[in-house]
Design a protein around this ligand. Structure first.
Ligand SMILES: *[C@@H]1O[C@H](CO)[C@@H](O)[C@H](O)[C@H]1NC(C)=O
Ligand SMILES: *[C@@H]1O[C@H](CO)[C@@H](O)[C@H](O)[C@H]1NC(C)=O
Ligand SMILES: *[C@@H]1O[C@H](CO)[C@@H](O)[C@H](O)[C@H]1NC(C)=O
Ligand SMILES: *[C@@H]1O[C@H](CO)[C@@H](O)[C@H](O)[C@H]1NC(C)=O
Length: 458
């Protein structure tokens, strides 16, 4: 007889990543709330200014002890605010108190630990997932008036939000699909947010109504939703409007797993312990010929629209620097060359928390620097981001050069070789291959197949 999925080993598997995600969340929440983050003087109107009004609920700030186990590193030049000092809690028994290690040693420890939080656990559990995970997709007729948004797409995914289409195409080609919903662990809600957004009958403002009606029909036509209140249902979206898809379906919002690119902790649409981050990846076919051979002579690179106070601050401080290239607007040189020529590539929060820059940076073998508070980094419950990236609090932009130059050649070599190791997890394929983005997303879902509810109806 098969082991029931609520057996203790499964619980542990589910519990660890949840804790990691929660710790990371608390860490960032605490850090940013207790350090001066309002470098924004010139915030005009963008939503990103909300960052500075957010005050975390007090009970969250008081949860002690676990900050040093956070899965996301924040390298601060103003290390006086030691986290241990700040919260006063004791260290976890199994972790070395981070204050007893010099920051260099601590970082080296993280970087050499490997790109996974626990590789053996992951590989074993991945195999199990690959073998037994089953997804049911709600079916739709070819002549459905919204068939274009509901049925699998047959075009080549393109543009900034390609991840949504790639996921759907990969899923339909994969062995995870079952025809009998009785066998399913999860139910996929197949609406395409990009499709609805481009459908004049719906458009951006109509998406929440469309989704409300869609969920109404699914809950009345099929028995599956009601068994769990939708907790074993999920949808996938990359455009940020997808995050508000459930705005008029409040019950669904609190239960359905949202796999979205715009995985910002602080915006109300994203619920960090339930939802999952989807990497935003620009579609690319060929690997660059000089991925490993290129000489990385520039310290750091950024180019992009000045659509947030964080980016404005970056360009204000570093716009004229010789070593950090921080460019406002479009480049005159090829983007790929800049990514190949730089040691560090900056991901700086814009209007949204996510952009394709993290994926770009990894694709071109450049070590990503995340300057974006409240970002639930993709696959953060599987991958050890400390081993292949640098996370800098937005309030530390003035110390950026000091932080990056504080990373030795030896440390950099480890970071960069780890970037090359995680590359395959940030790639889509026209037919999915093991450990690619599709399989990593499936694994995230597998981790969230919830601490199983008894299905009272079948
Ligand atoms: C950090 O500590 C040093 C020495 O104790 C002090 O000079 C410096 O002003 C402190 N920095 C901050 C940001 O508190
Ligand atoms: C995952 O499943 C596919 C299809 O059964 C199989 O070809 C592949 O080898 C499996 N991968 C792993 C790592 O188990
Ligand atoms: C599911 O629950 C809703 C709300 O209680 C109810 O209206 C609906 O008929 C139920 N669906 C099915 C298929 O029984
Ligand atoms: C990488 O290779 C491409 C194609 O050969 C070339 O155009 C480009 O200049 C090279 N870039 C770097 C940074 O070496």
């Amino acid at each position: 007889m098969a082991q029931p999925p609520w057996s203790s080993s499964f619980r542990t598997l589910f519990f660890i990543p949840t804790c990691l995600a929660l710790n990371a969340f608390l860490f960032i929440l605490f850090y940013t709330s207790s350090s001066s983050s309002s470098s924004s003087s010139s915030s005009s109107s963008s939503s990103s200014t909300h960052t500075f009004f957010f005050s975390p609920p007090s009970q969250l700030r008081q949860i002690p002890t676990q900050f040093h186990d956070s899965s996301i590193p924040l390298l601060s030049s103003t290390q006086n605010l030691s986290l241990e000092d700040a919260n006063g809690g004791p260290a976890l028994p199994h972790t070395q108190p981070s204050s007893s290690l010099p920051s260099f040693g601590r970082r080296m420890h993280e970087q050499t630990k490997g790109v996974f939080h626990d590789e053996d656990l992951f590989l074993e559990d991945y195999k199990e997932m690959n073998k037994s995970f089953k997804i049911y997709v709600y079916p739709h007729k070819r002549n459905d008036p919204f068939a274009r948004s509901l049925l699998p797409e047959d075009f080549e995914p393109h543009g900034n939000y390609a991840s949504e289409s790639y996921f759907k195409q990969s899923l339909f080609k994969s062995h995870f699909i079952v025809n009998d919903p009785k066998d399913a662990d999860f139910f996929f809600l197949p609406f395409s947010i990009t499709g609805l957004r481009n459908d004049r009958r719906v458009s951006v403002s109509g998406i929440p109504d469309f989704i409300r009606d869609y969920i109404f029909s699914v809950t009345h036509k099929y028995p599956y939703w009601n068994r769990t209140g939708g907790a074993d249902h999920f949808y996938v979206a990359c455009h940020s409007v997808g995050r508000s898809a459930m705005d008029k379906s409040s019950e669904a919002k609190s239960s359905v797993v949202q796999v979205v690119c715009s995985s910002s902790y602080f915006l109300p649409g994203y619920i960090s312990h339930k939802d999952a981050a989807l990497p935003q990846i620009w579609p690319r076919k060929q690997d660059p010929p000089n991925l490993t051979s290129s000489k990385r002579t520039r310290l750091a690179f950024f180019a992009g629209a000045m659509n947030s106070p964080t980016r404005q601050e970056l360009v204000r401080v570093w716009g004229k620097d010789a070593e950090i290239f921080a460019h406002s607007g479009r480049l005159k040189t090829p983007y790929a060359d800049e990514l190949l020529r730089s040691k560090f590539c900056l991901h700086v929060k814009g209007f949204e928390v996510n952009t394709a820059r993290v994926g770009d940076s990894i694709f071109y073998g450049c070590v990503p620097v995340i300057i974006s508070n409240y970002y639930d980094l993709p696959f953060g419950d599987i991958l050890n981001w400390k081993s292949f990236s640098v996370v800098v609090a937005t309030s530390d932009i003035p110390s950026l050069k000091k932080i990056l130059k504080g990373i030795s050649d030896e440390e950099y070599a480890i970071l960069q070789s780890n970037v090359l190791k995680v590359r395959k997890h940030f790639k889509w394929h026209s037919s999915p291959v093991d450990f690619d983005t599709f399989h990593m997303v499936m694994y995230q879902l597998w981790l969230r197949r919830t601490s199983v509810r008894l299905r009272l109806m079948d």
